[in-house]
Design a protein around this ligand. Structure first.
Ligand SMILES: [Zn+2]
Length: 118
């Protein structure tokens, strides 16, 4: 629940490598993952993640961080294919929890004046 008037919430995400019946030709390993907390991508110590796979995931991650309508495909669809057409890897995006942020702490752009005419 928002505790400040300028609070908002985003989901924390975990993106995990899934194996399929097709071989993985990139450097992925089933079970590898990273987490996204706000703008910060967090890798477990010693683990890497393909920049090509990351490039395929990046457009979706900010949308998955936000609350979406239950009927929206962005809510239900959670698996992304590796962009290498010869690679069998999939990446599952899971919402792991809600984190609260304050507008005033993440941007210098002011909120609109609530008393301004529409
Ligand atoms: Zn791959």
């Amino acid at each position: 629940m928002a505790s400040h008037p300028d609070s908002f919430e985003l989901y924390d995400l975990r993106v995990q490598v899934l194996a399929t019946s097709r071989p993985m030709v990139c450097s992925h390993h089933a079970g590898d993952f990273f987490e996204l907390h706000g703008e910060n991508l967090i890798l477990p110590p010693g683990q890497s993640f393909s920049i090509y796979a990351l490039a395929a995931l990046l457009p979706l991650l900010p949308a998955k961080q936000r609350v979406t309508h239950p009927n929206d495909w962005m809510t239900t669809d959670a698996e992304v294919a590796c962009p290498d057409p010869n690679c069998g890897a999939r990446f599952r995006i899971t919402r792991t929890g809600l984190r609260t942020f304050r507008h005033s702490e993440v941007t210098t752009v002011p909120l609109p004046d609530p008393n301004a005419p529409v």
